[in-house]
Structures are given as C-alpha cells and as structure tokens.
Design a protein. Structure first.
Length: 334
C-alpha cells in the first residue's frame, strides 16, 4: 500500500533565538492538526548534552537486574526504576493487552520535586539533569509557539504550566535471544497516548516506534538526524476539542533472526500544573455544540491514566481512545 504518512519537520531556531516567526507558527499548527507528531530541528540542544544522556542511559541499564532493582519506588511516586513487564501502557486506554503486564520496556523516571538517584553510574545525575533542563526549555519554546497558534494570550501556558509536573522517562528496550519465544508477539511498550500538553522525545535511530496514522495503519517513525521527536498529549487534545491530535503510538521493535536490536529513548513529559483546570478553548467548540471533554484538572487526568497503566486496571474514562485502538488494523504497517 502506498502511504502518504509523513511526520513533518519544523525548524524552531527563530523562536529559540527570541524571534516570534509566523511561518514557524503556521507549520507547527498544521503538524498538530494533521499528525500530532513533528520532527523538531533548530532546538539548540548541545550535542554534549545528548551524548551525556545516552551515556547515562547506557551506564544505568547496563547493570545487572539485581543492581537496578534497588532503585524501585512505590508506583504512586512515579519515580525510580521500573523493571521489564511491570507496566502495561495499553491499560491507560482501557484496552486489554494480549497478556497482562506484557510490555518489556524497563524505565527510570525522574521529575520535578523529590527524586531518587542511583549511586551508579556516578555521572548519571548531572548528565540526566542537564538533559532535563534542555528538554524543558524546548517544551517551553514550543508552548510559546502553541499560544500564538491557538490565538490565546502569550502567557496562557505560563498560567497552566508555569509550575508543570514534568517527568523524564528513560526507556530501555532489550531482550536476550533466549528470552524470546519463537513466534511471540512482543511489544516493547503498548499503544497509548501521552497524558500531558507536549512530549519531547529523544530516541536513538533503532526501529521500533510506531505511530497510528489517520489511515488506521501503524507507521514506523524514527527521529531524523539531530532532531527531537515531539508529540502532543491528551491535554492539548482537550484544549482544542481534538482539533490538535494526541496521537496513539507504541514501540514494537522488529525481531530479526530471533533477536531484537536494543533501543533507547527518553521521553520528557510536559504535563501542566497539577491544579490547572483544563477546559476546551471556546473557539474550538462548534456553534451551539458541546465540547467533547468535561473540564478536568491535570492531576485528575494523570491519576486516571496512571492508575490504568501501573496498577493493572482499565481506565474506564478513556472510551474514546480505546475505540481508536480497537479500530486499528492490528500489527499492520506500511
Ligand atoms: O520509546 C519511544 O520511542 C516512545 C516512548 C513513549 O512513547 C513514552 O515513553 O511515552
Ligand atoms: Fe508515549
């Protein structure tokens, strides 16, 4: 099948240098309306910072499972280490994964507020913090462009996200050849939408990330050289009555000759202030119509989604997302 699915590339260098360029606003708005994923270039993140992040990820996940398990925290904290198969992201949508707790990604979460830092590797904390600062700067540059695109006051996102409960989730997708059953339908991370305003994703160029297009087909997506992949989350869809897309995605690395190639990513979630009330912007509600979503605070929305993915019960509030997953042709890619 010939597909015209493309993740657009937008250069934000003008906004990074403080210039409110209109062309950038139009390009980003179009990407948000039609795909919900965008390749961001001109973001200004120094190569040393990205290299440091990759080093930190390699150093931490390269340790034994026993060593890593020392950094497990209670699920309610959303911090520290999550071993493989401890979360099932499709539960955040109310969709049963084929087998419960099937996702084999392992992760390490840090974020604003109190954190747990591993003692090894010793450079982990400064390397990860340097990337966290850069990712937050990029997210805030993006929300300035969003404000222009949405026709809201320039300080709109400062008000709903000036004290944002940002989280960085570093993911490692790796299975030893012996751990792979022949014919198994393995999922690195189950299908889900992100919860917040916007996600700034660093990933290496190993295949695995798939994005559900409006054609209902899963498409492979890799970051372009030097680009950060950015996608919208549910809060942006709620603000715009689904005019901006919180696009479904998953990680399903190809199995070649009984092995998968190890893959790494780091997702920075810019979610908004916990107590910010998210209501659809009036200009996105059709004349005489009602918004698709009820007002909700950021904290309430995230709690409902996390309860689904980490504690193993379905999120019954996610009926609309679940319908999209079930409508997609399973496993079909370009
Ligand atoms: O590993 C990836 O590329 C995607 C990760 C992701 O979707 C997430 O952490 O929410
Ligand atoms: Fe995601």
């Amino acid at each position: 099948m010939v597909s015209d699915f493309v993740v657009p590339t937008v250069d934000i260098s003008a906004w990074v240098s403080g210039e409110r360029d209109e062309q950038t606003v139009r390009e980003l708005d179009l990407a948000c309306r039609t795909v919900g994923f965008v390749q961001i270039v001109g973001h200004g993140v120094p190569a040393e910072v990205t290299d440091g992040l990759a080093d930190a990820i390699d150093g931490f996940f390269g340790q034994s499972l026993e060593a890593k398990k020392r950094w497990i925290r209670p699920a309610s904290e959303n911090r520290g280490y999550s071993p493989p198969k401890s979360e099932s992201l499709s539960y955040s949508l109310g969709v049963d994964p084929v087998a419960r707790m099937n996702d084999y990604f392992e992760a390490y979460n840090i974020g604003v507020g109190k954190n747990t830092w591993p003692d090894e590797p010793t450079a982990f904390r400064p390397q990860v913090e340097a990337h966290f600062r850069e990712a937050r700067r990029v997210a805030e540059t993006l929300t300035s462009i969003f404000a222009a695109a949405l026709g809201v006051e320039p300080d709109f996102f400062d008000r709903i996200a000036g004290n944002s409960i940002d989280v960085l989730r570093m993911n490692n997708y790796a299975l030893e050849p012996g751990e792979i059953e022949p014919g198994a339908d393995l999922t690195g991370m189950g299908e889900h939408t992100d919860f917040g305003i916007v996600t700034v994703l660093w990933a290496d160029q190993v295949a695995g990330l798939q994005v559900l297009g409006t054609d209902n087909v899963w498409h492979d997506v890799q970051p372009a050289d030097g680009a950060l992949l950015v996608n919208l989350g549910d809060i942006s869809a709620r603000l715009t009555n689904d005019v901006w897309m919180s696009t479904l995605h998953r990680v399903k690395p190809p199995i070649v000759g009984g092995t998968i190639e190890r893959r790494r990513s780091a997702a920075f979630f810019h979610d908004g202030n916990g107590d910010a009330l998210i209501e659809t912007l009036p200009r996105f509600v059709p004349e005489g119509g009602v918004p698709l979503y009820e007002p909700i605070t950021v904290a309430e929305h995230i709690a409902a989604k996390l309860a689904g993915s980490r504690e193993g019960h379905k999120n019954t509030g996610a009926v609309r997302d679940a319908a999209r997953v079930l409508a997609a042709s399973p496993g079909v890619t370009r």
